[in-house]
Design a protein around this ligand. Structure first.
Ligand SMILES: Nc1ncnc2c1ncn2[C@@H]1O[C@H](COP(=O)(O)OP(=O)(O)OP(=O)(O)O)[C@@H](O)[C@H]1O
Length: 350
């Protein structure tokens, strides 16, 4: 753990506010701190250390492990998520990011450990109970039901419907009012995500990016406080990526806490207030975006995962000899040479 990494002298450059955000700063001639700046400011003096305490944690994870057979997919000793900020969760393939999301939202059960939302333990709850408390998630592969319309998909995301209650269902008109309110809310969100014109189309006809938007819109039907997005930008075209990024920033502006998994480091740098890095199930680093590329453990984890360390001199010689042997074999028309002969030529040629 990089104990020497401290924020002293490394405070992030203040973001330049833009658009509506800038307008809110200037309203009435006074400078009001927007929520985005509050989360960033609150994290400014937090040391860049794994498991570090946050000034106002909304989610706290303690000693959570999850194994599959002999494989430890998640082993997180302590992780706190700052309220009202955007936390990026990164790490090489198989690091345990999705498994951690599954655990925190009740889609999987751990071997050990506890975690809480606003001080309430969430450990034993089912996904719909976690959602009702205010923690929702989206999935890497969208779960939009392709044989339902866009609007029907939205209505599935509504929580706490009075129609769910048997007693309320006996009160005439009560359920209808709820249904109308849900539809109004769904249409508001669809307008916001520019999907309202598609409300009666089957979700299966939407593009990948539109499905991601639908999934985010549906997650908001339950008025969550914490939104967990699993690779929200994956497979989305560049135009929609900008739109999606804007929507994620909007969630923060509205005071929600966002945790998102992402592989694109430009996206991570652009929108994160804090970045958590996982590798082989563990949190190996955390800090503001600019701290991450300076962290040796992170560099090692990524290089190790991508196998892109430079070749040694011996390896270079061998690869070259193999290539020359292949070319020679093709020139002589002797296809049979490629293979074992090539290998032996490579070895002998050195
Ligand atoms: N249901 C399962 N059964 C067996 N192994 C699993 C299961 N789910 C995940 N794993 C394993 O746990 C490890 C962590 O997987 P996980 O999907 O959480 O990683 P990730 O960081 O989300 O990866 P990616 O970025 O590729 O989505 C991997 O080795 C994976 O193969």
């Amino acid at each position: 753990m990089p104990a020497e990494n401290t924020p002293a002298g490394n405070t992030p450059a203040a973001n330049t506010p833009s658009g509506a955000h800038a307008a809110s700063l200037e309203k009435g001639g006074t400078h009001r701190a927007a929520p985005q700046r509050l989360a960033q400011a609150a994290l400014r003096d937090v040391p860049w250390e794994v498991g570090v305490a946050k000034p106002d944690p909304v989610v706290v994870v303690e000693n959570v492990t999850r194994t599959f057979g002999g494989l430890t997919a998640v082993s997180v000793d302590r992780l706190e998520i700052q309220r009202g900020g955007i936390t990026g969760l990164i790490g090489p393939n198989g690091a345990g990011k999705t498994t951690l999301f599954n655990l925190l939202t009740g889609f999987d059960q751990p071997n050990t450990g506890t975690w809480s939302f606003d001080g309430r333990p969430l450990g034993k709850l089912a996904p719909h109970q976690v959602a009702r408390l205010g923690v929702v998630r989206t999935f890497q592969l969208t779960k939009a039901l392709s044989r339902l319309t866009v609007l029907q998909n939205m209505l599935l995301g509504a929580q706490g419907q009075k129609g769910e209650s048997f007693l309320r269902a006996l009160v005439p008109g009560s359920w209808r009012n709820q249904e109308r309110a849900n539809t109004d809310k769904a249409m508001d969100l669809l307008r916001r995500f520019k999907l309202d014109a598609k409300k009666d189309e089957f979700a299966g006809t939407l593009s990948g990016g539109q499905r991601k938007l639908l999934e985010m819109a549906r997650a908001l039907m339950s008025d969550p406080q914490v939104v967990m997005l699993d690779e929200p930008m994956a497979g989305v075209n560049p135009a929609l990526t900008q739109s999606l990024l804007g929507h994620v920033k909007d969630l923060r502006e509205e005071g929600m806490t966002v945790i998102f998994v992402e592989h694109d480091m430009d996206v991570v740098r652009d929108i994160s207030d804090w970045v958590v890095v996982m590798a082989a199930g563990r949190v190996i680093a955390e800090g503001p975006p600019e701290s991450i590329s300076q962290n040796q453990a992170v560099v090692d984890a990524y290089l190790g995962a991508h196998h892109d360390a430079p070749l040694t001199v011996e390896e270079e010689d061998r690869v070259l000899a193999q290539a020359e042997a292949q070319i020679a074999a093709e020139e002589h028309g002797g296809g049979e040479v490629i293979g074992s002969d090539t290998t032996s030529t490579g070895k002998d040629g050195r």
